[in-house]
Design a protein around this ligand. Structure first.
Ligand SMILES: Nc1ncnc2c1ncn2[C@@H]1O[C@H](COP(=O)(O)OP(=O)(O)OP(=O)(O)O)[C@@H](O)[C@H]1O
Ligand SMILES: O=C(O)C1=C[C@@H](O)[C@@H](O)[C@H](O)C1
Ligand SMILES: [Mg+2]
Length: 182
């Protein structure tokens, strides 16, 4: 499968908790690609957790770091990149994302909420009404996520492996076909 994308990067976008990190690792293996998680790169570079960056410097500063990381990552090839859930918010990020193939992992608020109910590592969910927060974030972002090249709608009981398989199966349908001159 190494040459399926011919070196073109694969970007995973979607709401927090939808599985970009989990599925991204599997896809990198299957494609014979390197793996990058923009949240991890930001946390490593800053020397602190995403929660701490939000607390110390605020969301706007985090978004600048996110754009910096994305702009550097997109200079490389043969990468599967799990992005942060809010990467779609900055218009300039789309210029970088469109260097590669963009896959939207789309799941319901109910599914995401169940997964993240006990999670304390997503600063935007540290809210009195985390489910309502997820709903409003999805409403605000849905039309942005929809700009992806591929949408994978995730049902309740799918394993990360099944989702990765569906992404692999969807890729050929969006690759540009060579122009025929006959
Ligand atoms: N298909 C799946 N089935 C069950 N649990 C899953 C699945 N995919 C991911 N998870 C679990 O859901 C949680 C969130 O997954 P993950 O960290 O991959 O999401 P993410 O999209 O990268 O979120 P973020 O945008 O916050 O980085 C993790 O605990 C992960 O183990
Ligand atoms: O959806 C979001 O805005 C976020 C998702 C995470 O991946 C992190 O990038 C951070 O928690 C913000
Ligand atoms: Mg992640």
């Amino acid at each position: 499968m190494g040459n399926l994308l011919q070196g073109v990067n694969l970007y995973l976008i979607g709401m927090m908790g939808v599985g970009k990190t989990t599925v991204g690792r599997l896809l990198a293996k299957q494609l014979g690609y390197g793996y990058v998680d923009t949240d991890d790169v930001i946390a490593q570079a800053a020397g602190k957790s995403i929660n701490q960056i939000f607390a110390d410097e605020g969301e706007a500063a985090f978004r600048k770091l996110e754009t910096d990381v994305l702009s550097q990552v997109c200079a490389f090839t043969k990468l599967t990149i799990a992005t942060g859930g809010g990467i779609v918010l900055q218009r300039e990020n789309w210029g970088y994302l469109h260097h590669g193939l963009i896959v939207w992992l789309d799941a319901s608020v109910e599914l995401i909420y169940r997964r993240l109910a006990e999670d304390t590592t997503r600063p935007l969910l540290q809210d009195v009404d985390p489910k309502g927060k997820l709903r409003s974030l999805l409403e605000q972002r849905q039309s942005l996520y929809a700009q992806a090249d591929i949408r994978i709608a995730i049902a309740q009981e799918e394993t990360p492996e099944q989702i990765a398989t569906r992404v692999m199966e969807a890729i050929p349908s969006v690759l540009k076909k060579p122009v025929s001159h006959s």
